[in-house]
Design a protein around this ligand. Structure first.
Ligand code: AP5
Length: 217
């Protein structure tokens, strides 16, 4: 199964991807996580991406397309869920071209719909584990022990781009450059619209039911 998960920053893409990995045995390919690993490892790509990420702008398409082509090529036969990529129409076209050259295509695109007014609270309350990537929220999805990851006890951290002023810019960037990707896929793929404002478990249940019913799409 090859799925693209679209949605504004904080819509819950990472949260839902973790559920899809367990349910469908697919690999979670998050462009944001890959970029953060590149930065942590001090690579040239990480250095090139840094200013864009910290100011809420998109990293240039050529760098991202190359990086994600490498990740997709290494993904298992069971498939993957793309989180945060593609984020421009150009990236979507490049992805489709590269899949078509292997006789493949995206099976489904899930669009997590959410109002901007809900996003700020989700982003500023997000905490994540630097070791395993688990995602929590100080109010909505608390870890068992405050500030510690349930999986490995690691100290939870706040992402630098979750500051209110950067979140505001990320939302602007999303509306200008990423929302048109939904329109692109409506012409080229099967798009499943999911209301992402409900509780995470409810969103996950709906999403899985829609993917299970894919044959009817
Ligand atoms: P990236 O890491 O992809 O960030 P994003 O898309 O802005 O998305 P987030 O990871 O912030 O949010 P999410 O939707 O995954 O929400 P989450 O599940 O964590 O990108 C970062 C940067 O990298 C970009 O700004 C850009 O610079 C660069 N970049 C990445 N990809 C790129 C590309 N393709 N091209 C160019 N540049 C690129 O949930 C958020 C919080 O809400 C959590 O605390 C969670 O617990 C909580 N929550 C989740 N669901 C619910 C729910 N249903 N109810 C209540 N709380 C919930």
């Amino acid at each position: 199964m090859r799925v693209v998960l679209l949605g504004a920053p904080g819509a819950g893409k990472g949260t839902q991807c973790k559920r899809m990995v367990d349910k469908y045995n697919v690999q979670h390919l998050s462009s944001g996580d890959i970029l953060r690993t590149e930065r942590a490892e001090g690579t040239e790509l990480g250095a090139q991406a840094q200013d864009y990420m910290d100011s809420g702008r998109l990293v240039p398409d050529d760098l991202i397309v190359k990086m994600m082509a490498g990740a997709v090529a290494k993904a298992p036969e069971s498939g993957y869920v793309l989180d945060g990529f593609p984020r421009t129409v150009n990236q979507a076209e490049e992805l489709d071209k590269s899949l078509a050259s292997d006789g493949r295509k995206i099976d489904a695109v899930v669009n997590l719909q959410i109002d901007d007014s809900i996003i700020m609270e989700r982003m500023t309350g997000r905490r994540s584990c630097p070791k395993c990537g688990a995602i929590y929220h100080v109010k909505n999805l608390k870890p068992k022990v405050e500030g510690k990851c349930d999986n490995d006890g690691e100290e939870l951290m706040q992402r630098p781009d979750d500051k209110p002023e950067v979140v505001k810019k990320r939302l602007e960037t999303y509306h200008e450059q990423t929302e048109p990707v939904v329109g692109y896929y409506k012409q080229h793929a099967c798009v499943l619209e999911v209301d992402a404002s409900a509780a995470a478990d409810e969103v996950g249940t709906k999403l899985v039911a829609m993917l299970d019913a894919l044959a009817g799409c």
